[in-house]
Design a protein. Sequence first.
Length: 272
Amino acid sequence: MASKTQTPQQQKLLAVLIDADNASAAIVEGLFEEIAKFGVASVKRIYGDWTQPNLGKWKQVLLDHSIQPIQQFAYTRGKNATDSALIIDAMDLLYTRRFDGFCLVSSDSDFTRLAARLREEGLTVYGFGEEKTPKPFVSACDKFIYTEILRADAVEAQPEPASSDEKSPPSTKGEQAGEPLKAPEKPKAQKVPVDFIAKVIEDIDDEDGWIQLGSLGSTISKLRPAFDARLYGFRKLSDLIKGHPKRFELQVRGSSATGGESLYVRNRKVGK
């Protein structure tokens, strides 16, 4: 079996497959900025029936981002041929053995089995969808990013974010051609799951209660693929930890081997 070709920087090669029927063109800038954090988008394809007016907004951004549109006619009313085309292409790309991971952009639970199958082959799967995305699809991905945080500016960080009793934004299905792209209003920050974070720290900390921040983030992502500090009004995990000084302690440690610094976190002891 031929080994996958790596870039000189050892970045992951990713295949980006977008379900145009279940994704909004308003996310495109943030989408590819986010994907660039994980690797190189060497394949960028988007699937839909481009004869339909509801995909008009996507047509405006395809050339700017070099996304290849794949035409799929709806042969039968009520049947989603787009899903089948995307799944078939994903399996074809999988068997080329050229990729390290896939980015599946959709809020449709029909891709749950595809995500699981790709992971069975040892590939990393990044999912992108709205907060309405069914949990089985979210859980089937290694990492899932809710696109609401890609569609608007970062939510202003606050020590104690607002309640999470917010409904997800309405579906973008049925957008009409010719309308200008608009950035939605900023999503309200959800309540930080401090008890969950504290439990994770307790489970994996050392004898003194400390855990490296990177290890904490990795463990949280494994348990909750959709966990993202931006959902709670913070730019990154370290900011979230700093924003809750009554619950967590953060410590900077220097590394004699690399000369760099590492962040460590632990639960704040009662009485401190």
